[in-house]
Write a protein that binds this ligand. Structure first.
Ligand code: SF4
Length: 303
């Protein structure tokens, strides 16, 4: 492995590349990255570096977002089969049909979606800013929220505002069960429960805190507790343990591993930089419209 890691470092410097890894990537992939974070944060990071090449270790829609926000840079993904089942739950044709049924609705689109779907949307949001983004839409406008019904229903409940929800979901987060949290909590009564808003409503209802991956990392760093029960994809456990060596993190179930996120490996990272393939590109007419939806989100004040 160390030979491969050395080869990766050499290729990275030869290609003037930056390596970005999502919080759900394999531990060794995270450890080889220049930046580890959430999808949008990583793309924003990439836009600010002077690297020519971005090796994006995440799933396809994340690499597309990097391509949208970093025109002129070459975006590579170690394994082009690393897709997102939730993002695939809404197609452009289905979205156009829904827009025709709700012609006055504002389309709010979770970043876990394809570039083509973002291009058909009015404004994007992340799991960190979903509440703020929807709250920025005038109350007298209907909101069609795509594709994650769990995040949408969390936002709707927080704002006390009905949303038209899409029937999408994250299969990985839906494998985290409220019964399991209750069982682990009984064994560790002092532990704080922190979960991602892609989880089901009954899981969210029993959590002490609901947050994006970055929010979960911040909460576990800043909260005065020794133990945490963490309801999100298991890959985040690596960073939680690394940043908080004295604390204990219960990751609930090994089933909450996203098989798509785990497709990226050190070998595939080396091959990608060697061959400069697979590249992720977004046609400019789609990229410019998708960028508009992302920029409208970024323009909302943090309050
Ligand atoms: S964890 Fe869920 S939302 Fe994230 S890439 Fe995997 S399937 Fe998609």
């Amino acid at each position: 492995m160390s030979e491969l890691v050395e080869k990766l470092a050499r290729l990275k410097s030869e290609r003037n590349a930056v390596i970005l890894a999502h919080n759900y990537q394999r531990p060794e992939v995270q450890d080889s990255a220049d930046f580890v974070g959430d999808s949008l944060g990583l793309s924003q990071e990439a836009a600010e570096t002077d690297a020519d090449v971005i090796l994006f270790c995440g799933v396809h829609f994340m690499a597309e977002t990097a391509a949208i926000l970093c025109p002129g840079k070459t975006v590579l993904i170690p394994d082009e089969n690393a897709g997102c089942p939730m993002a695939n739950m809404v197609s452009v044709r289905e979205l156009k049909d829904a827009k025709a049924s709700h012609p006055d609705a504002v389309v709010g689109c979770y970043v876990n979606s394809s570039a083509a779907v973002k291009a058909e949307s009015d404004i994007c949001c992340t799991s960190a800013n979903g509440v703020r983004v929807v709250d920025s839409i005038p109350r007298d406008r209907e909101v069609l929220f795509i594709p994650d019904a769990s995040l949408g229903s969390y936002v709707s409940k927080k704002l006390g505002r009905p949303l038209i929800l899409w029937a999408g979901f994250c299969p990985t987060h839906h494998r985290i069960l409220a019964e399991e949290i209750t069982r682990v909590k009984q064994a560790h009564p002092g532990a704080k429960v922190v979960v991602h808003p892609e989880c089901t409503e009954d899981v969210i209802d029993i959590a002490d805190h609901v947050a994006s991956t970055t929010g979960i990392l911040n909460y576990c760093r800043e909260t005065d507790a020794e133990e945490f029960i963490v309801g999100t994809e298991i890959g985040i456990g690596h960073r939680l343990q690394k940043e908080n060596p004295g604390r204990t993190f219960h990751m609930l179930t090994a089933l909450a591993g996203c098989p798509n996120m785990k497709l990226n490996t050190i070998e595939k990272m080396v091959w990608a930089l060697e061959d400069m393939q697979p590249q992720v590109t977004v046609a400019e007419d789609i990229a410019s419209r998708a960028r508009g939806a992302i920029e409208r989100m970024l323009a909302i004040p943090r309050s």
